[in-house]
Each structure stands twice: as C-alpha cells, then as structure tokens.
Design a protein around this ligand. Structure first.
Ligand code: FE
Length: 359
C-alpha cells in the first residue's frame, strides 16, 4: 500500500516543536487546556520512573524544566522491574511519576497500590475518557495501533479483514507475532475477550498459534524483519515501529519496511486495537504537585505534537496531527473500548494465551 511516502523528520522539526512553539496545528477543532502558569520557587524537582527510552522524551523534559524551573530526574528501566522497585521501596520511594507503555502495566501498577488518584481539569479535558483510569490513577499520553503488516509481494490486502480472519486456514504457516509475554499481545487478546467473550477469544488465540510461521520470538521489529527474510507473510505489530525503522539510521531496516503493507483490521466491525503509553502519580510521592504538572505538560499541545512527530505514536489530544508517516497509512476506525477494562482483563488474557499454547 502507501508505505513509501518520503518521511523527513529533521531535528529542526523536533526543536521547533519543543522550543519555538511554532508547530501549532493548522486546524484545531477544540481548544485544548493549557497548563497553569507556575510561580517561581526554590529548587523544585520531580522524580520520574519510566520505561520509555527515546531522545525526544528527554528533550520534552528539558522543555518542561525551562518552562517551569522544575528539574526532572529520570530513572529509566524495564517496566516490570520498575514496578517491582516501586513495590520494594514502598512509602520510602523517591519516585513521583511512573510512565510506562501499555495499559496492562498501568493497571498492574494501579492494582498493586503504587499509584494515587489525581483530579486535573486539564487531563480530563485533553485525554479522552476511554484512555484514562476513571479514578485518575493513570492517564494515556500516546496512542498506538496494533495492525496487520503484510508482504506486499505475497499477500493481496483484499484477503485481509479482521483479527478473527487470521485464524483462517489460508494463513497456515504464514503468521508472525511475538510471544505470550508481550504485554501488547496480552492487551490485544483482552480486547477480543471484551468483544467476543472468553470462549471465542480462546479459540482465536488457538487459531493464531495453529497458523504461526515459527515459534514466537523477538520484538515487533523482528516480525517485520522475518517477513522480509521470507519466514512468514503476515505480522501483528504496532505501527510506530515501522515509522522508527523507516526513519532510523539502519538502511537494512528501511529496506524491510519498504516491502511491507499496513492493514487496519476490523474496519467494518469494532475497529483496530489501540493501546496507550501513559503515566500516573506514585502513591507516596513527595513532589505530587510537580508530578501533576509534568503529567499536564505531557498532555499539553506542545508535548503531544512532539510525541506525534518524534516517535510516530498517535496523539491522545484531538486536533494534533499525526506524523506524516502515519498519515500515509490513512485514517482508520479505532476500538472504542475502555482501556481500564482491558487492564482488568489482563490476567485472564495471560491465562488464555498459556492455555492456547502461545509460547
Ligand atoms: Fe514498543
């Protein structure tokens, strides 16, 4: 399909988005709320635990510091390790804000009592209701779509339709997807449990396992590479990886993406599965106000523009255009499920994946 559009993301674009404020969208259906002006104070800090590892995020935190005078101390780590660390540290934790990919993890942190409810007019205004916890324990900050990616030379997109269709015998030995320990797969299955019920969702997982081209391994990028290597014809993966590969420094990865088409499943039905990366204020935070300010900053127009341009994620704030790369893929119907419900279904999804023999 249309994956070839020349995507030019210069550091100038990022810098202007971050520091010049010159990238306001041309059309803006709603007026997004802006963070309140902050009074100058002595040394203000906010301690952030995050599993995100993008340079563009660091630029955002710098920009926040310039705007507010609040210094952001970033501790990066793997999500589950950070959750364990928060559990161990308990009330003694230095952490104020926890940011992680996937609602499954946000829900785990919430149900372990690691987050606290926040009320914020700005966050409620800027973030759609289904993308945040109803009690304010966590808030989605970026959106990602889990789509079907296919070999353009071997798959006719007319043959693709829904996630369910992937269990058809015509795809036997052709599907690539990462393992059952992938939170992205767990939340995708949670969405199917919510839509079709547990019994049907289990049949779906078994059908995918039956059609696998190989035992699940690697991350989303590795599934795309395996298509290029001819190991399979179809992958289930998140769109932003394609944007990162296409615009990265590795010429091999660029070539991989050029051979791929993107299909948004279930457009006649419930829509394509979406998930978020997001954050919540840590229970016991000693700089709670600053943590809320940083969350609000990340949901503001400026940060949402940067997330969209730099990491090929969809903004949660309406009116912010997606990156050019995503626009070449076209618009699509999204699942409108409450992500908090998908968090609740995480444990069930994990169990079903195991029962289905998804390694
Ligand atoms: Fe990811």
């Amino acid at each position: 399909m249309k994956l070839f559009g020349a995507i030019i993301l210069t550091s100038l674009t990022i810098l202007s988005a971050l520091f010049l404020g010159g990238c306001a969208p041309a059309t803006e259906p709603t007026e997004p709320a802006q963070p309140a002006a902050m009074a100058p104070t002595e040394t203000q800090i906010v301690n952030l635990y995050t599993d995100r590892h993008y340079d563009s995020d660091d630029l955002l935190y710098q920009s926040f510091t310039e705007e507010t005078g609040i210094q952001v101390n970033v501790v990066k780590g793997k999500s589950d390790e950070l959750i364990e660390r928060l559990k161990t540290e308990g009330a003694d934790t230095e952490a104020d804000l926890f940011i992680t990919a996937d609602v499954g993890r946000l829900y785990r942190a919430e149900s372990a009592g690691l987050l606290q409810p926040i009320e914020s007019e700005l966050l409620s205004t800027n973030i759609p209701k289904n993308l945040r916890d109803p009690d304010g324990n966590w808030f989605g900050l970026t959106k990602r779509a889990r789509v079907i990616v296919y070999a353009k030379d071997r798959v006719n997109p007319d043959e693709l339709s829904t996630y369910e269709n992937l269990t058809d015998s015509k795809w036997q030995g052709r599907i690539l997807v990462r393992g059952a320990d992938s939170i992205y797969n767990q939340t995708l299955l949670a969405s199917l449990i919510e839509i079709m019920g547990e019994a049907e969702a289990k049949i779906w997982a078994e059908g995918i396992v039956r059609n696998l081209a190989r035992e699940p391994k690697g991350g989303d990028r590795d599934q795309a590479k395996a298509i290029a290597a001819g190991e399979g014809d179809i992958a289930i993966m998140n769109t932003y990886y394609l944007g990162l590969m296409l615009n990265g420094t590795d010429p091999e990865e660029r070539k991989v993406v050029e051979g791929l088409g993107v299909f948004f499943p279930d457009q006649e039905g419930n829509g394509t599965h979406i998930n978020v990366s997001g954050g919540g204020v840590v229970n016991g935070s000693k700089n709670k106000d600053n943590a809320v300010k940083l969350l609000e900053f990340l949901a503001s127009e400026k940060a949402q523009t940067s997330y969209a341009e730099a990491n090929y994620e969809y903004p949660v704030l309406s009116g912010i255009p997606a990156a050019d790369f995503l626009n070449t893929l076209g618009t699509f119907k999204e699942q409108s499920l409450d992500l908090s419900r998908l968090g609740e279904l995480n444990a069930e999804a994990v169990r079903l994946l195991a029962e289905a023999g998804w390694k």
